[in-house]
Design a protein around this ligand. Sequence first.
Ligand SMILES: [Zn+2]
Length: 187
Amino acid sequence: MKIPIDVEKTASAKRGAKIEKWALSTLILGALLLIFGNDAFASVDPTVRIVVYILLLLIPAIVTRIPLVIFDRSWQGTIIKVHSEMGAYSDERFIARMNDFRTKLKIEADIKLTDGRVVRKTVYLGKPDAKIYEKISVGDTVYHVKGAKYLQHVSSSHRTATCVICGKENSLQNQRCDICDHSLLIK
Ligand SMILES: [Zn+2]
């Protein structure tokens, strides 16, 4: 798998920033516990206190989902099955229940990786659009670059590829993304 250097650099910087954010927030929390902890938890048994401290220090890791970031790896795979459903997703979950126009279409795919594993990933999350179904087919190639937010789905039927940095769908003829100017194609 060949990842363009500029794409790899940007994705790696994004990953680094997430790790820094987690490390910094854990450090600040640790410092606060060190300064105020013993007073705040004075009535708590010392052994229990240590457990409470450990649990508190794990909060930034859970919020930033840092294990996923640390163990992230680049991969390449082929779509073997497409699943789709209409519904409310992400942070708009509550609002979407009240406003139908917020309803999103989510298309997931079972992707067979080059090492033989099969993973289920979201390949489309956005406005309901019947044309999307035609774009995502069994046999299409999907790439993930370590640290990048978006998967690159290469649509064989529509000759398009997703930018892994900004998520824009580009024509396969593009060398660079129309929006963010990063190199487009991973091979
Ligand atoms: Zn882009």
